[in-house]
Design a protein around this ligand. Structure first.
Ligand code: FEO
Ligand code: CA
Ligand code: CA
Length: 626
């Protein structure tokens, strides 16, 4: 990576540079994969030869249905390749808050030359907005929102993006994590209530409790925390979730990239490899903050990669890392109540060839009842999809894995490999339909499908829900829990959509029949249902608009009808950006949408710094938008 400017890489690409996923497979294995793929295609999935490619029951929704029924309250918009946000006629957007905007009035104004000062860096809105949820606290509305990572060139402009001091590290640590902020709508639209007593920044240094099976385990103990029960900070907060009892779930994704070794000869613990923890961190934290130097603190990485619960109604509350929900590159958390009252949390592990999980509490949720044990005492499962469109959630128990409860919590990937879980094309957001018993997961893309195994050595030949080798477009898998019960361990599944480009390809890479020249997209990532049961899909993909991606334009947000399969484009983001994070105002008349890492001077215009921003989208007639 010496001659590559890593400050501009996506996390995904950076990770791949650090840790090329295993060695390439032998030629014989490739041939074998191709043969089994053909067998799979003829036996399970009936790909046609034209642009309308999917014919079997695997895919739902047909373009004929889509043309006759529409639940969408908007006129779909065309692709865009410019530097701003577009929404349909009859809708408007405004910026709610951008990187560097104050949450507290004592913060210094953002400098175009120097960014945010270290002293103000935990008093302002952080960078790279991602998952978010809105909460009603009394009569007030509060958004909790993640700041996934930092673009160092934007945050450290004086050094050209290099981390040169402890202050630089602290600035970066403060610009990530989570913001909790009160928002209000006035005559000039939405804004943040500066100095609200509910405003809070949670950073890479905020104390948090470690709970669940891994709490106190020797692998969690450090010199600074010999009990192994109190961690500092939450990192690489990607997607989000919300509990039935009104707390926020923030999900630690690419935590591995923050650690490095000051000692080049330090022998990395064997368990690091599966999670991609290496000797050189992405931001150089290890040079100025010993906590991130694994040669001094080899257990510190074991304390990240969890789901963290935050109470947005109490700025003095201590966030809780729930290790029972497993340690992996958590994307988001979709919580739902099973018919018997148990809490079910669906989760994806976003890495090529990793898995989908769910957690089921042992106790039941009752409104107003105790909730403190619901995310600590329960069972973690991993998904196994069969080619006959059935599947199982396999319990990760000591008997099944040969690991104890703490080891399952800390090394969940190994536990899942031990039971033969289905390798997936990078599970991003999971969403649960509020009006039907079904779940969805964005499998964003996987250029390694059929090319090389995952980091645990698991075979990644094409399989049922991941049927395309070198999958650059992505798909959305849908499952139906048996008996309409999210607590059961059996399911049936289909594919809601396979993204593709029917204007370029006449095979499976042309996508499913609900993809057409009018709604082209790639790499579905963020995903949320609205209260009416429409599925909102956000993309984080190739926006070159060339070759196989021609006609797809900038990253975007689309709406999907689960019943018909119809998908239409609602919003386009600025060039270079990812559209990620979605929530609604309490009256459902405003939709808040995250614009991450714009590649253009958004939203302030020419000559200004590009700023990650949450936009508020409304109908001009102020009708509901979800
Ligand atoms: Fe942070 Fe997998 O996206
Ligand atoms: Ca994502
Ligand atoms: Ca992504």
């Amino acid at each position: 990576m010496k001659d590559i400017d890593t400050t501009d890489l996506s996390w995904d690409d950076w990770d791949e540079l650090q840790r090329p996923a295993a060695e390439s497979v032998a030629f014989d294995d490739v041939v074998e994969a191709a043969i089994s793929r053909r067998g799979f295609l003829s036996g399970i999935v009936a790909y046609g030869s034209g642009a309308a490619v999917m014919g079997s029951g695997l895919l739902s929704g047909t373009s004929a249905e889509a043309q006759t029924v529409s639940r969408f309250g908007f006129t779909p918009i065309p692709i865009q390749t410019d530097g701003t946000v577009h929404v349909p006629d009859g809708y408007s957007w405004q910026a709610l808050i951008s990187w560097g905007d104050p949450l507290f009035s004592d913060a210094e104004p953002l400098s175009q030359e120097n960014g945010v000062s270290v002293g103000s860096s935990d008093r302002v809105f952080g960078e790279n907005t991602d998952g978010m949820e809105l909460f009603v606290v009394g009569a007030r509305q509060v958004i909790a929102v993640n700041h996934e990572y930092v673009n160092t060139k934007v945050n450290l402009p004086a050094s050209g993006g290099e981390t040169t001091s402890a202050d630089d590290v602290l600035t970066l640590q403060n610009m990530q994590g989570v913001t909790v902020m009160e928002v209000a709508e006035g005559p000039d639209g939405w804004g943040v209530v500066v100095d609200s007593d509910l405003n809070r920044r949670i950073t890479h240094n905020t104390p948090m409790t470690i709970a669940g099976p891994a709490a106190g385990h020797p692998l969690m103990q450090t010199a600074a925390d010999p009990a192994g029960t109190t961690a500092l900070g939450t990192m690489n907060n990607c997607g989000a979730g919300k509990t039935p009892w009104g707390t926020y779930l923030t999900c630690e994704e690419n935590f591995n990239g923050y650690f490095g070794s000051s000692d080049p000869d330090f022998e990395l613990p064997a368990d690091y490899a599966r999670y991609g923890i290496g000797k050189e961190g992405r931001y150089g934290y290890e040079k100025f903050d010993a906590r991130f130097d694994v040669s001094q603190n080899p257990n510190e990485p074991h304390r990240f990669g969890y789901i963290v619960e935050i109470d947005p109604s109490d700025p003095t509350s201590t966030p809780i890392k729930h290790t029972a929900l497993g340690r992996f590159k958590h994307e988001n958390a979709a919580a739902v109540i099973a018919p018997d009252g148990r809490v079910v949390v669906y989760m994806g592990d976003d890495e090529r060839g990793e898995f989908m999980y769910k957690y089921v509490s042992n106790g039941v949720y009752t409104p107003g009842g105790p909730t403190s044990a619901l995310l600590d005492d329960g069972q973690l499962y991993v998904a196994k999809f069969n080619n006959d469109l059935t599947g199982q959630w396999v319990a990760l128990t000591p008997e099944a894995t040969g690991m104890d409860a703490a080891e399952i919590a800390i090394f969940s990937r190994d536990a899942a490999s031990a039971v033969g879980a289905t390798t997936m094309d990078r599970p991003e957001w999971v969403a649960v339909n509020p009006v039907a018993a079904e779940g969805y997961c964005c499998l964003t893309n996987n250029r390694n499908r059929g090319v090389k195994p995952n980091a645990g050595g698991d075979d990644t030949s094409a399989n049922g829900p991941n049927p395309r080798n070198e999958n650059n477009y992505g798909q959305i898998v849908r499952w139906y829990p048996s008996n309409d019960d999210h607590g059961t361990d059996t399911l049936t599944w289909d594919l809601y959509v396979m993204a593709g480009n029917p204007t370029v390809h006449d095979d499976a890479y042309g996508g499913s029949s609900n993809v057409n020249a009018g709604n082209l997209f790639n790499s579905p990532d963020g995903m949320q249902f609205d209260s009416t049961g429409l599925l909102w899909i956000q993309t984080d993909g190739n926006d070159s608009n060339e070759e196989g991606f021609a006609g797809m334009g900038n990253n975007q947000m689309l709406a999907g009808d689960p019943a018909t399969g119809q998908i239409e484009r609602f919003l386009t983001g600025p060039k270079g950006s990812e559209v990620t994070g979605l929530t609604w105002s309490a009256d459902r008349r405003t939709m808040f949408v995250g614009i991450q890492h714009p590649g253009a001077p958004f939203p302030d215009g020419e000559g200004m710094l590009p700023r990650s921003t949450i936009v508020a989208v409304k109908r001009d007639d102020n009708a509901m938008v979800g």
